[in-house]
Design a protein around this ligand. Sequence first.
Ligand code: RUQ
Ligand code: CUA
Length: 680
Amino acid sequence: MSTRALSFTLAAIAAVVVAGAIMVRHSKGTVSPGSDAAVALGPLADGIIQARGMAPADVEAALRTYPRPGKYDDEFMAFLSGGHSGSVIVVGIPSMRIMKEIPVYGQDSWQGWLTGSRESSEIVSEGFFFKDMPLSWGDLHHPKLSLTNGEYDGKWLACADKAGGRLAIIDLRDFKAKQIVKTPNTVSDHGNYWTPNSEYFVTSTFFPAPQPYGTYQPLEKYAETYRGMITFHAFDGNAGRIRLEDTWQIELPPYFQDLISAGKKSSFGWMFTNSLNTEMCTGGTLEGKPAMEVGASKNEMDFVHVINWKKAEELVKAGKTVPLGGCRVLKLETAIAEGVLCFIPVSKSPHGVDVTPDGRFICASGKLDPHVTVYSFEKIQKAIADKNLEGKDRYGIPILKYDACREAYVEVGLGPLHTEFDDKGYAYTSLFLDSAVAKWTLGGPDRLAKDEPWKLVDKLSVHYNIGHLTAAGGDTAKPYGKYLLSLNKWSIDRYPSVGPLHPQNLQLIDISGDKMKILYEMPIGIAEPHASNIIRTDKLKAWVTYPEVGFDPKTMKKDPYGINIGQERVVREDDKTVRIFMTLVRSQFRPDIMRVKEGDHVILHVTNVERARDATHGMALHGHNLNLSIDPGQTVTVEFDAKHPGVYPWYCTEFCSALHMEMTGWMLVEPRNDEKQGRK
Ligand code: RUQ
Ligand code: CUA
């Protein structure tokens, strides 16, 4: 084909893609978007396509992902974890534009998170492991959207902290973290999953901890004294809060429990957890012992844990637990005796366990085996009923016969990790070693796909070393299909160097056709996005301002210290305490002078009385590590000691109006005695 003919063809493709269902007026590409003025696409597109050396697939991808200015073109929103940045990142799909980064475990001065506001420090400090060792970060791995009937309801987002053994709840009315809880009796939470109606947010430990919790036990006594935990954090879906008093745990053997997935539909009431290190290796490279990577990969098979949580819940209600670390714990012996826990063998060092949308099958992959093993829930039930066992592990946990539970063994490629699902009966598995996504057909009585069941049908290279993948709605009972996000750990040569720390790479993949296609590639240089959930944008019903002036986002109620215009005042409560009620509106602070005395404890309640959408103000005070972000209607409280006599200006940090530069104030800290005149 001549260059001219090729570019003609590309322009025609562009026209067809743009038009979609819209009429194409003539083949050289003048399209009519509805009744709007026609767009002359042909010659212009020719030139751009040629100059940029674009292939047909590039043109299609560009046209499918380009967001029109000012239009709400993103059909989906991805909630990405920020990994060890401790945040959640919200990204529009298909445009791949970052909409927001929600601070959770770490600091964010833009949003005034942990830069002075009492509300944010109270929320974060609730989750500290040691009260005298504040944590300023977390390792946020798996953001999970709350569920109603196994589908995303757009209300809450929860995510555990692998390093801190904590979990956080984010309210999707204002996209802010509301609660951080330290999981009892754990030193690490990795897997996390909602039960199908968000009855519980369930977390599983990665590292087992010595029990009783908080005690010292040598690694030599690992097998006897260390234990894993699966925690059922009771969730109040109206308040959007974990109720620690109703939370309970099941003690597990000291394997690394890794990831979890909840049964749904026919498998409702059950929970599945993959585990590695059934060898119980503890390392010791300088002590003549094998490294973890060697010692923990010896066994040919590890275990998927099969947990009957509905039954466990009954036992908890019947008081069969012991109190431990402020929580009710179902001991391992009880869980075994009552038939709450059993194992299924899974090939070597698995990572991830995923339940199909129909709830009938459980997929697990050993990263060192190029297959996904598919277990049938029905067969598992039969094996349990028939006591069809291979044996027991050293703790007496029954191991179901592998062959009796297995439905399929699908060859997908090297290094399979995680599996998600679409709306057409296909599964997608990330292949870390192959740097690829494998697409394969699900089987079973409800199967939708036309292809032969349990078979690899497509494979797409990604760049590079994919960890998680996320299909839209891909871990729910009703996946949306259409898009898949590949979260790649390495970007190597994809971008110009920005220094030795490379951005991680996200790739948006079209899964609507028979063949997967890459639509967009996005370096994300602000965090390590570990995993995500993708929801339909129209399921999110976020507020644009707070419902009334003087609102506290922590309680989602009127703040007792919230005021309106005209109620500003400075109250000296005693010789040492000054309480100031302040309002903000474009473009002034009221009061704009705070007079306090050296050593005073200052309590400041700042209310943004604006009712206009997007009229957020900031407040940065010199020398006091303080920057607040106050949204329209919000009240923020800050407390500090005015230790140092001096003069400290403050100003608004959001460019809010033409007179933003004038939106300022002074804090005057008068010395208590005249000799002291300034910084010590
Ligand atoms: S784990 S890369 Cu923390 Cu989700 Cu699999
Ligand atoms: Cu308020 Cu700038």
